[in-house]
Design a protein around this ligand. Structure first.
Ligand SMILES: [Zn+2]
Length: 303
């Protein structure tokens, strides 16, 4: 009977030990699970899955992959949205970048080039004013500019005159038909002087005289000064403009080292109004207008 009691007592102790072992196992299991959940949460936060700033979780609408790849998608959007931002936590362009992007749509930065034309209607709708006669060659095509840039142009001419330098417009606003005449004449000249066929002549002419609709002169924001010969670069007027044009909001639009981008020959005589701030910025950055527009659009990223 004593043996029996001992056996029962031993059995109870074993049972207790088994129970304790089961509880211990359960606790370990729960602890492991909690650690696992916390680890996953920590990883998601660190890769930016939760947009803590806006308290939102990104939606999958822009992703082509099935769900479950949110981590890679969110890291992509997190880094590509903010171009050149020093604020790594920001999820979009800064106010400064937005302001830069908005400038692109302003009238004084309207881009016209061989790839970007303006319509006949737009050209005829430009509100023009007449340049004071002493600052023009007297030819009809030298007299008109967009009314908003008459003042800066005349101020520039006056400042140059004060320095003993004469600046006059020899070509300013051009209608579509006038540009068409210039272009056609140039095509004929290329055929005559260089023996080119029609297609080759048109191609060549387009690098010298803009195809109708693609000339900056249509905007009334561009003006040819004093002459349309490359030798203009050897004049005091050219040197004066190199120094001071930006102070009045003008840039030399077709630089020698930017021909591959502008697709227009070097024109030391052709000046374009872009506003003082942008003219100076382009000079400092060493960018032509095409490069500068891209730069603004990207919120200030230099390529
Ligand atoms: Zn011109």
């Amino acid at each position: 009977m004593q043996d029996f009691d001992r056996n029962v007592a031993a059995e109870r102790r074993r049972e207790e030990r088994r129970k304790r072992a089961r509880r211990k196992n359960l606790i370990i299991l729960v602890e492991t699970f909690i650690i696992f959940v916390l680890t996953i949460a920590l990883i998601l936060v660190s890769i930016g899955y939760f947009d803590l700033k806006n308290n939102t979780v990104p939606s999958d609408d822009t992703t082509s992959d099935v769900s479950g790849t949110a981590s890679s998608d969110s890291t992509q959007s997190g880094s590509s949205d903010v171009a050149n931002s020093s604020d790594a936590a920001s999820s979009g362009p800064t106010d400064e970048q937005l302001a830069m992007m908005a400038e692109v749509d302003k009238w004084y930065l309207k881009l016209v080039n061989p790839d970007k034309s303006v319509s006949k209607d737009f050209i005829s709708s430009v509100e023009r004013s007449t340049i004071r006669e002493k600052y023009t060659s007297g030819a009809e095509s030298s007299k008109y500019l967009d009314k908003r840039i008459i003042e800066p142009f005349e101020q520039m001419c006056k400042a140059a005159a004060d320095d003993g330098v004469t600046l006059i417009s020899v070509s300013a606003y051009r209608s579509y038909n006038y540009q068409n005449t210039l272009y056609k004449n140039r095509v004929e000249r290329c055929k005559r002087e260089e023996g080119l066929d029609d297609e080759a002549a048109k191609k060549k002419a387009a690098t010298i005289v803009a195809v109708p609709g693609t000339s900056e002169h249509h905007l009334g924001l561009a003006v040819d000064i004093n002459s349309v010969e490359t030798s203009f670069e050897n004049t005091a007027a050219f040197r004066w403009l190199q120094k001071h044009a930006a102070d009045y909001g003008f840039i030399m639009r077709y630089a020698e080292d930017k021909q591959a981008i502008t697709k227009i020959i070097y024109e030391p005589w052709h000046y374009r109004y872009v506003g003082v701030e942008h003219a100076k910025a382009m000079g400092e950055l060493g960018m032509c207008m095409e490069e500068y527009i891209d730069y603004l659009k990207s919120g200030g990223v230099k390529k």
